[in-house]
Design a protein around this ligand. Structure first.
Ligand SMILES: Cc1cc2nc3c(=O)[nH]c(=O)nc-3n(C[C@H](O)[C@H](O)[C@H](O)COP(=O)(O)O)c2cc1C
Length: 190
């Protein structure tokens, strides 16, 4: 049984998403003793609405996301940039895991952000906004555990990400840092 669990949340919903392929690399390169899984069905979660966030009304998929994030040792966001920020599907996910206020599933969860975008900076604004929102939601964000690849359409036009050594190593390194985060935090506190 794996000692550590990391959950990936992917910001692109399209079938041929390169960011989804990045998440698959995270699954495949997880260090020994760490299990990485991808949360599926983010698009099934209704937009956050305080009227729904009451006992007996929380949508099943939102409850599933909250439980999955709460159970994981770390969360890896894998995202492109949409209009200079994060895709709405991730913004919605963060809203759900940020509440109930003071008791959100995001609180204390280690988190890191990676991804690829068409622009030259690989989605930097998106990633910065994800980190900012996650911090406000109470997550322990690993600012330095990051990896952004620009020019996604050209770079991966004929080369699958899994065959791009720099990409595989960049993702593996972030996953390893995320998996080690709890150990490092405990060591720092002692
Ligand atoms: C609504 C929309 C907005 C976008 N805005 C940006 C942007 O601000 N910056 C950027 O680098 N790429 C932008 N793109 C292009 C995305 O980077 C590209 O579609 C993305 O890398 C695809 O990722 P995927 O392969 O995981 O689906 C945008 C794409 C869409 C659909």
């Amino acid at each position: 049984m794996a000692e550590k669990t990391i959950l990936t949340l992917v910001g692109s919903l399209r079938a041929e998403s390169v960011n989804s392929k990045f998440a698959e690399i995270a699954v495949a390169t997880a260090p020994e003793g760490t299990q990485v899984t991808t949360f599926t069905g983010l698009e099934e979660i209704p937009f956050y609405n305080e009227d729904l966030d009451v006992e007996g009304k929380v949508p099943a998929k939102a409850a599933e996301l909250r439980a999955a994030v709460a159970a994981a040792d770390g969360v890896l966001f894998v995202s492109p940039e949409y209009n200079g920020t994060m895709p709405a599907v991730l913004n919605n996910a963060i809203d759900w895991i940020s509440r109930p206020f003071g008791k959100g599933a995001a609180i204390g969860t280690f988190a890191a952000v990676i991804g690829t975008s068409a622009g030259q900076y690989g989605g930097l604004w998106s990633h910065d906004d994800i980190r900012k929102s996650l911090k406000i939601a109470g997550a322990s964000v690993l600012d330095e555990a990051k990896f952004a690849v620009g020019g996604s359409f050209q770079r991966f036009a004929s080369l699958e990400p899994e065959h791009d050594a720099e990409v595989v190593e960049g993702i593996r390194s972030v996953v390893a840092t995320l998996a080690a985060a709890e150990v490092a935090a405990v060591a720092a506190a002692n």
